[in-house]
Design a protein around this ligand. Sequence first.
Ligand SMILES: [Zn+2]
Length: 262
Amino acid sequence: MIDTHAHLDFADFDLDRDSLIKKCARDGITIINPGTDFTTSKNAVDLAQDYENIYASVGLHPENIEYSFSKKRDVILEKDFDFKKYYELAKSKKVLAIGEAGLDFWKQPKGIEKRKTFQSKQKEIFLKQIDLAEDLNLPLIIHCRNAFDELFDILKQRKTRGVIHCFTGNLEQSQRFLDLGYYLGINGIIFKLDLTDVIKVCPMERILLETDCPFLSPPGFEQRNSPLALPIIASKIADVKNMTINDVVQVTEINAKNLFNC
Ligand SMILES: [Zn+2]
């Protein structure tokens, strides 16, 4: 089974990271750990070098780009996408994708001008990461919130492949991404948001299993999400698709291997 989106480098796992990763290995779980800025991308690469069952992806998440209105958090917000730095990191062994990168228009600054700058900066930085993916012939791990139409307008002009991770768009939007050849990443958000129609219509060959841990823990699982919650998500997909959990696990594993070449 492959968790195509887990942030095991995050501090939430500081106390038991090693034992959790080893337990995943014993349970046959392989993990793709995307970075969200340069530091976490580097940490993801280091982690992938330490454990056989971990692969990394490097990228700059739209929330970690610096804007005039940003409230400082514990991360250093990046002013721009440093192509060279990420390029070098992306050439490391076990890096199999670029991301997570994309558009997040959920929280936007007030005022038309500020909003315009905010959106164009995100697009500009996303385009640079698409260039990087194309240069290295790697798929994209895409984060998108409240910006599916804008995302589609960008992707339709490019020849990249990848996954729309944690897909939360509507049925029509999902069809447009599938037509472009993209995969949909499905995680525990399906217990909060009704994505039944999207999952029902999406060909099984285009679904990827993910947890997005430590976030989005499914009901009945511990508060901190982990790759061990994958069977709960697989079981919900199995219900919607009228398949066995085993078949869902098997097909989604082949899908991940096809996209990420792992
Ligand atoms: Zn993520």
